[in-house]
Design a binder for this molecule. Sequence first.
Ligand code: ZN
Length: 180
Amino acid sequence: MNASEKIELADPSTLRVIRYPDPRLTEVCSPIETIDAPLIELIEAMWGLMLDSRGVGLAAPQVGITVRLFAATPSFSPDDLRVYINPRIIEESGSSEEEEGCLSFPQVYARVKRSAVVTVEAMNLQGEIFQETCSDLHARIIQHELDHLDGRLLVDRMGTVAKLTNRRALKTLEAEFDPA
Ligand SMILES: [Zn+2]
């Protein structure tokens, strides 16, 4: 299935955040070929869900739609809703380690080492390619959400200590997962 077909199948009015260990979270997502009405509807629904869930970023696979886009609001504000379509990091430098969480891993937190500064290239809602250089939380969101598009999760970025600390929360999520 290509990206348009995956989006066509989704119902933006019933979007919800899926949780680890849902296998859709570990898929490598499909590139988006066209900016059309169903895509825009999906992005708007994701912005709403991200704010309602009190998140600063939400990747399409987190709502079960495995296509290459993520929503973000680095300043956590309805006036700062961003979308990155087919994003890629074209430059990165430095290193920074901070605690991260993920809407697909409730109650799980881990210190993750990331690049301190990244330049991302992506397409916006108008279909234009843009580049953005960001640091701090914004750079961390970009790297975390981009990981999602390649099926890479918070748990894959955890060190031994974080895995141990979060063992119970991860086990609970695994026990709660309903494949149906
Ligand atoms: Zn996440």
